[in-house]
Design a protein around this ligand. Structure first.
Ligand code: GAR
Length: 209
């Protein structure tokens, strides 16, 4: 089984979906650590309660971004991570870091990329009058939310939606999509080559409609 470390900043519901999926011994990956960028991240206690090693690596404890990313890299090596999953990790990683982990670093973003990179994705989808919205799991590159897409899930936007109801509908499919996408990466069915995602032995299962 591939050794996976999850990076979070907050509540960690996607983290929890990954922990649950990897609880099945037949799943091709296991969670060996959870790292947060702040000691208050709620997900840390959820992971610790399941006997997963947790650690906070914070801005306050490091001189600059490079030093913090080096500490992160060192911890990932110590945990012998094969794959790193960003799950609501609300901090940009340096190009030096994303290059080091290229092809082994994935993120979930709450929009159908390349639409709505960045923050407030649900508000922006509503404001644009979108009728469909969703989430994407992608390989992380130096460009924020710009790396090659592995899998996507779509949901309808309903006439009475506000950002909260829409976020909740998207979150429901995030929890399905992330375990599915991690499985593809862990099995070597989704790989990053020359800056593109290459899918092999995969049909429509990366597209949740
Ligand atoms: C999720 O909706 C995730 O897609 C989003 O933050 C939320 C974290 O929730 N990530 C981003 O916006 C990344 N830019 P969670 O902590 O409950 O998984």
């Amino acid at each position: 089984r591939k050794r996976v470390v999850i990076l979070i900043s907050g509540r960690g519901s996607n983290m929890n979906a990954l922990i649950e999926a990897t609880g099945d011994p037949a799943y091709p990956a296991e969670i060996v650590g959870v790292i947060a960028d702040n000691a208050d991240a709620k997900g840390l206690s959820v992971a610790a309660a399941q006997d997963i090693e947790t650690v906070a690596i914070t801005k306050a404890d490091h001189a600059d971004k490079a030093a913090m990313d080096e500490a992160l890299d060192a911890k990932l090596k110590e945990l012998r991570a094969d794959i790193v999953c960003l799950a609501g990790y609300m901090r940009l990683l340096s190009p030096a870091f994303t290059e080091k982990w290229a092809g082994r670093l994935i993120n979930i973003h709450p929009s159908l990329l390349p639409l709505f990179k960045g923050l407030d994705t649900h508000e922006r989808a509503l404001k644009e009058g979108m009728r469909i919205h969703g989430c994407s799991v992608h390989f992380v590159t130096a460009e924020m939310d710009g790396g090659p897409i592995i899998a996507q899930a779509a949901v309808p936007i309903l006439p009475n939606d506000d950002a909260d109801t829409l976020a909740a509908r998207v979150l429901g499919v995030e929890h399905q999509l992330y375990p599915l996408a991690l499985r593809l990466v862990a099995e070597g069915k989704a790989r990053m080559e020359n800056g593109r995602a290459v899918l092999s032995g995969v049909g429509a299962e990366g597209s949740l409609l």
